[in-house]
Design a binder for this molecule. Structure first.
Ligand code: ZN
Length: 315
């Protein structure tokens, strides 16, 4: 029923700009090699530019032919989880969506059936959350070099990247349930952008590339670009998904994003880079604060020696 409403929403959005649907059709064919006859007809018709009467008639025809689901499958193969992400398919940025946590839907049920735990071991070596002046947006799981890392849900690979100072070799998968996962520090990726993956398919090999001190998998889950604590979704002990009803995971801003206050607090933080001869009292005077406030923010004592180039938080 939900899928039906998605189609209704697509068809009702007749005000959407003209699109080159011949191109879309070609993309559908070349990306997925999948294009049932009815779907080709739909793409020729440019559904975004149809009048309301025509779209109602088209819907009736599709229902007659029982191809609504097939059409939606096709749309979701080009744009996985179309319901939430629409035509966004950016293969250069991890978070291209610009959706703030407060703008997320208050609660969403996500189909988490078919979940596969990504690694052989389940030892969490570092949790999600504040890590000094930085925020750690995923959990780290201990692995061995060359271990197979697996997709946790069905989906399509949106981004395969390398970040020398951060995630190392990483893979972002858009899952059909609306989540995106990021796996980092791989020794290498085994998939390419636009590859379709099933839960359990190998996506990379364990490693320690990027900002890493030993082989581990950095596993991150995001919804519309916003990472949340994987522990809210996964029971690492049981290597399974925590679900509320059946296989449905209830994502809520209040619970799933309970760390949003910490992020807001950290976003306010400002830093001073220490220059030769500066002391805590110089810095305190410069920014109109006190030495004890600086000590508290930076976990320093009054007698701490500052290093040139050190970052001192003053707000
Ligand atoms: Zn990590």
């Amino acid at each position: 029923m939900k899928k039906f409403f998605v189609l209704a929403a697509i068809i009702i959005s007749v005000a959407a700009p003209q699109r080159l649907f011949a191109e879309e059709r070609q993309r559908l064919l070349s990306l997925t090699g999948y294009a049932p006859i009815d779907t080709l007809d739909m793409f020729k018709l440019d559904i975004f530019a149809l009048s309301h009467e025509d779209s109602v008639a088209l819907l009736a025809r599709l229902r007659e032919q029982d191809s609504v689901m097939r059409f939606l499958d096709s749309v979701n193969r080009i744009y996985p989880s179309y319901e939430f992400y629409k035509e966004s398919w950016d293969m250069s940025r991890i978070n291209p969506y610009c959706v703030k946590i407060d703008s997320l839907p208050d609660s969403v049920y996500m189909d988490c059936s078919g979940f596969v735990f990504p690694t052989d071991g389940n030892r969490v070596t570092s949790p999600f959350g504040e890590r000094g002046a930085r925020f750690h947006y995923g959990v780290d799981i201990g692995v061995h070099y060359g271990d197979t890392l697996r997709a946790t849900f069905d989906g399509k690979v949106r981004l395969v990247g390398y970040d020398r100072w951060g995630y190392g070799h990483y893979v972002v998968v858009r899952h059909s349930n609306g989540l995106e996962s990021l796996m980092g520090h791989m020794s290498r990726a085994l998939v390419r952008e636009n590859d379709e993956v099933k839960a359990g398919d190998p996506v990379g090999l364990g490693g320690s590339t990027g900002r890493s001190t030993g082989p581990h998998l950095h596993l991150e889950y995001r919804f519309l670009g916003n990472a949340f604590d994987p522990v809210k979704l996964i029971d690492f002990e049981a290597r399974s998904v925590r679900t509320d009803v059946g296989n449905e995971f209830l994502l809520t801003v209040e619970d799933t994003y309970s760390h949003k206050g910490v992020l807001a607090e950290m976003a306010k933080a400002r830093y001073h880079r220490v220059r030769s001869g500066e002391t805590l009292s110089h810095i305190a005077r410069r920014y109109g604060t006190s030495v004890s406030a600086l000590c508290r923010l930076n976990r320093l004592s009054r007698s701490s020696i500052l290093q040139i180039g050190q970052r001192v938080r003053y707000r």
